[in-house]
Write a protein that binds this ligand. Structure first.
Ligand SMILES: *Cc1c(COP(=O)(O)O)cnc(C)c1O
Length: 453
């Protein structure tokens, strides 16, 4: 019988994260102070983030950064994760392609987000920080951070987008079970929240607003720092533990991917899987295709523009040079909550601009069709976010069938969908729809951003 799962042991957990910025010919732009337009230094970022994380954010020179022993120790709770050959899916598609997926859904909170949460909690603790604030959309990042803070003895306050707070009570309970405080955003506890509620009392919240609230609390509270679950360079850095393991596992399988695919919210799981393979593209000229699968209703890579923009709605973050739809862009309420973010992170944006990677957009119904086929053939119910990567994989595998080419495709199963069953309920009942996004809508929010250039 052929091998289905490629497994590593605890001693194979990577010792280093890979910093792709060190290998990039065109470096990602540094974050700018919105007032002075000067590049920020680690000390400036240090008012919001732990200093070590701020240094990692700006590090353009060290190719490999050692993973602290304390972080590897907590990684041992679920890492290394399996690499799986998707024989069932291949058969259902009748494709000559070989399909593999890296299964990050086996983490205790059900997604890849823990890889960075553990690292961020560790560096904050080491600096003597006692309190952490963050935001969460659908709740995956909040859950991961709640887990990590528990392990390192930190107090956590999570601003959760109001609509999710009401619609996804289980994620809220997960955070509370680990001991975190969860606040529906917008809230009256911050100036940013009060301003938005005053303007629109029924506002259902957005990630941008929740970020503003969390940053405000961090900067006004003693010994408190803010953490972010995606978009930033240091988050992508921590996620490369995924791709480093996957490289070894693909070697065990005796194959090298022709195509690597990840779903795309702010870019962290995509970066985590792809960067260690992109190292070969940049340094050895390997011809692998890297595809980011984003939702058609939040298409920053396929329809956004490469501009300086804020990471949040209120404009508290530094200006980041990234593919964006504008910080005031309000994405449709698709069930893949983790992909509803307006921007793309500076490293990925530069790689996109340099054509080292590409992007494709997936509509909601196609993502759920893919999710059900994957559930039935591989036995894992995927997160609605991950389903975008599966849909893109299916497209490529069917192309292989048409062309009669045998390619090796690797995708990231960033999480499972067992806490998203209300979304599946709606899909199965025929209640889900695709959202059309007009060019006028995109132009409107981008116009504001263009004025800031
Ligand atoms: C948050 C999340 C995403 C999107 O975030 P990225 O930073 O783009 O990876 C994707 N999949 C799952 C399961 C998530 O929880």
């Amino acid at each position: 019988m052929e091998t289905k799962k490629f497994l590593l042991t605890e001693k194979d957990i990577p010792t280093h994260w890979y910093n792709i910025a060190a290998d990039m010919k065109n470096k990602p732009a540094l974050p700018l102070h919105p007032g002075t337009r000067q590049p920020l230094k680690a000390e400036d970022l240090g008012a919001i983030f732990a200093l070590e994380l701020s240094k990692q954010e700006l590090n353009m020179t060290d190719r490999f950064i050692e993973i602290p022993e304390e972080v590897r120790d907590v990684y041992r709770n679920y890492r290394p994760t399996p690499l799986v050959r998707a024989y069932g899916l291949e058969k259902a598609l009748d494709t000559p392609a070989h399909i593999y997926f890296k299964n990050e859904s086996v983490s205790p909170v059900g997604s890849h987000k823990l890889n960075s949460a553990i690292a961020q909690a560790y560096y904050n603790k080491k600096q003597g920080i006692t309190n952490i604030t963050t935001e969460t959309g659908a709740g995956q990042w909040g859950a991961a951070m709640a887990y990590a803070c528990k392990f390192f003895g930190l107090e956590l306050a999570v601003y959760m987008v109001k609509i999710s707070y009401e619609q996804k009570p289980y994620r809220r309970s997960i955070m509370q079970s680990y001991g975190a405080t969860v606040i529906a955003s917008p809230s009256m506890s911050t100036r940013a929240g009060k301003n938005i509620i005053t303007k629109n009392p029924n506002y259902q919240g957005s990630l941008g607003t929740a970020i503003s609230e969390a940053i405000e609390l961090a900067t006004t509270t003693e010994n408190c720092r803010y953490v972010l679950g995606s978009v930033l360079n240091h988050v992508s850095l921590h996620q490369t533990v995924i791709g480093e393991e996957a490289r070894t596992q693909m070697e065990m399988a005796g194959e090298y991917p022709d195509i690597v695919i990840g779903c795309f919210g702010g870019g962290s799981n995509f970066s985590g899987l792809t960067f260690p393979f992109m190292r070969d593209t940049i340094t050895k000229g390997t011809k692998t295709r890297f595809i980011a699968a984003e939702p058609a209703s939040c298409p920053k890579l396929t329809r956004g523009q490469f501009l300086y923009d804020f990471g949040d709605e209120a404009g508290y973050t530094p200006l980041l040079h990234m593919y964006t739809l504008g910080h005031n862009f309000a994405p449709a309420h698709i069930h893949a909550g983790g992909l509803r973010y307006h921007g793309a992170g500076t490293i990925v944006s530069q790689l996109m601009n340099d054509k080292i990677m590409e992007a494709t957009d997936i509509r909601q119904l196609e993502s759920f069709d893919a999710a059900l086929l994957f559930s039935k053939t591989e036995g894992i119910i995927p997160a609605p976010e991950s389903s975008h990567a599966i849909a893109a994989t299916i497209r490529e595998a069917l192309k292989c069938k048409e062309e009669g080419t045998k390619k090796t495709i690797l995708f990231n199963l960033s999480g499972h969908g067992l806490i998203d069953m209300t979304a599946y309920d709606s899909f199965l009942a025929g209640d889900l729809k695709n959202y059309e996004l007009s060019q006028e809508e995109i132009d409107k929010t981008l116009e504001e951003v263009k004025k800031m250039q």
